[in-house]
Ligand binder design. Structure first.
Ligand code: ADP
Length: 240
């Protein structure tokens, strides 16, 4: 079930990012680790023709390159702790300045603190960007099962889950034949830390979104498959 939480009306088709439209548009995918933000952001980015901006992916890319940003954030990410606001704020600011973000974009994993949310408002306000927040609500036990069961191919990055999306041969990537791995921050003690960070620093942003009059939709994303959740979100944002 989805619920419209705030705002006078749903988003009309004309407000969806459109190469010809003048009004840029930000969709914030909000939710706990394991709520499916990444999956939904990818589907939405494709459907709307706008980029998915994932701070987690950007940070992992810096770590992979071993550059100054990567070195700064690596230990924190491994421990499941949020990296410093100024680091992610700068990454997002640079990314939003790219031409492909001119008409709209999907934010995945940002903002995660009040300071980040305030910085984002400061970036979007002057550009006249309309902001919509989609909050993916998922039961705690489902989140734990998703995160502890997650496996990834080290070669192509494909994600599996030992129960909900197992590979054909246990522990082996269907596409590459490579041995699947557990992401560093999907180890049990780190999962606890990530969920703790979410509860303390990120969940309270819901109040901030309400206070600042953002359009906020809550979607129950516990039991439906990704396509069904995507259908719910699409239905909401295409509603006249
Ligand atoms: P998840 O949402 O499942 O925790 P992400 O890929 O979004 O996964 O984030 C992985 C890690 O990257 C986080 O645990 C944190 O260390 C860092 N990170 C990502 N986005 C932010 C952000 N907006 N602010 C601070 N740290 C972030």
């Amino acid at each position: 079930m989805s619920e419209r939480v705030k705002g006078p009306r749903a988003i009309g088709v004309s407000q969806i990012p459109d190469p010809k439209s003048q009004a840029p548009f930000a969709l914030i995918l909000f939710g706990s680790p394991g709520s499916g933000k990444g999956t939904q952001s990818k589907l939405l980015a494709k459907a709307l023709g706008v980029p998915q901006i994932s701070t987690g992916d950007m940070l992992r890319e810096h770590v992979r390159k071993g550059n100054a940003v990567g070195t700064k954030v690596e230990a924190k990410m491994k421990a499941g702790i949020l990296v410093k606001d100024y680091v992610v704020n700068q990454l997002v600011e640079e990314r939003l300045a790219q031409p492909d973000a001119a008409n709209g974009f999907i934010l995945d994993g940002y903002p995660r603190t009040r300071a980040q949310a305030e910085t984002l408002c400061g970036m979007l306000g002057p550009r006249g960007v309309q902001t919509v927040v989609i909050h993916l609500v998922v039961d705690y036990n489902v989140i734990i099962a998703r995160l502890t069961g997650r496996r990834q191919c080290p070669v192509c990055g494909t994600l599996y889950n030992v129960t909900s999306k197992p590979p054909k041969v246990p522990g082996v990537c269907d596409l590459e034949g490579a041995k699947l791995i557990v992401r560093d921050d999907d180890r049990e003690e780190v999962i606890r830390e990530r969920l703790d960070e979410y509860e303390k620093q990120t969940r309270p942003l819901i109040d901030y979104f309400r206070e600042t009059g953002k359009r906020l939709y809550e979607i129950d994303a516990s039991h439906d498959n990704p396509q069904t959740v995507f259908g719910k979100i699409e239905g909401l944002i295409r509603e006249p």
